[in-house]
Design a binder for this molecule. Sequence first.
Ligand SMILES: Cc1cc2nc3c(=O)[nH]c(=O)nc-3n(C[C@H](O)[C@H](O)[C@H](O)COP(=O)(O)OP(=O)(O)OC[C@H]3O[C@@H](n4cnc5c(N)ncnc54)[C@H](O)[C@@H]3O)c2cc1C
Length: 291
Amino acid sequence: MKAAPFRYHAPSTVAEAVDLLTEHGDEAKVLAGGQSLVPIMALRLGRYGHLVDLNRVDGLRGVEAANGHVRVGAMTTQSAVEHDPMIADRVPLVAAAAPHIGHFQIRNRGTVGGSIAHADPAAELPAVAMALDAVMEVGGPEGAREVRAADFFTSMWTTSLADNEILTAVRFPVRSELQGFAVSEVARRHGDFALVGTACAVSVDGGGVVTDAAIALFGVGPTPVRAASAEEALVGTGPDADLGEIGRLALSGVDPNDDVHASGDYRRRAGAAIVARALGTARDEARGGRS
Ligand SMILES: Cc1cc2nc3c(=O)[nH]c(=O)nc-3n(C[C@H](O)[C@H](O)[C@H](O)COP(=O)(O)OP(=O)(O)OC[C@H]3O[C@@H](n4cnc5c(N)ncnc54)[C@H](O)[C@@H]3O)c2cc1C
């Protein structure tokens, strides 16, 4: 099937793109890598009279470090962050998540901003943004504003972006010395969306005791979520912590759906196991310090 007819716009600045979105209202849609939007349009699950392509907009691509953060332009491709040495060194959770996104052909076109703005509940990068308390930079008719990840994902495929706003960049905090990270997920095949997944960050003190933990879950509800009670339970523990119990606690606060791919009960049990595994990996990395 082919997409319904649309008019194509290629602005060169954020302001021009915002003006086009404002002019055409809910008839208009931003086009980034097209890896979600184009299939949606081709299958006629969505019809948009105007596509506003961000690919020629200045300043939306690239990775830079400043003030304790790494700033990733929204139009930076997923494969660019997957292979960027600065990302690997300073925001390793992003590097760990990227290979789980589809296949390399998809990551060559798909963008970081597109993944986060699309807000698929089973996607990796929104969960990474939640785990790291990333900050979203947004451009709109009133200028720029910032939104914390916790306030960004509002429901399934929905964010706090207004129809005429654009995600321009995402700021991720730089890792600290005694911190470790892991992404773990269960998918039917590598490259498929996760049935359930987790992105974890663990900080320890010099004695190996956990001082801070972030456990973000995906594929278990309409948005990525933090497992706050499990995070609290992990803080203050040493190497003998029962991670299986922490994993079960993490999944006890969510109510995953049954669907054709898996039951909610399967997602809860598999989720508990992968949280335990990811926390073990992250904690070991944190205890080992930086290589
Ligand atoms: C076979 C297949 C497997 C996939 N597997 C996975 C997977 O395992 N994990 C995963 O996370 N993703 C997966 N994806 C989706 C892929 O990562 C997409 O690239 C991503 O969801 C959207 O990014 P995009 O840049 O392609 O955005 P587009 O498809 O261009 O846009 C997606 C949506 O976001 C909006 N949007 C895009 N950029 C912005 C912006 N800067 N500001 C405001 N709104 C914006 C668009 O208007 C649209 O609504 C898969 C896709 C395919 C086709």
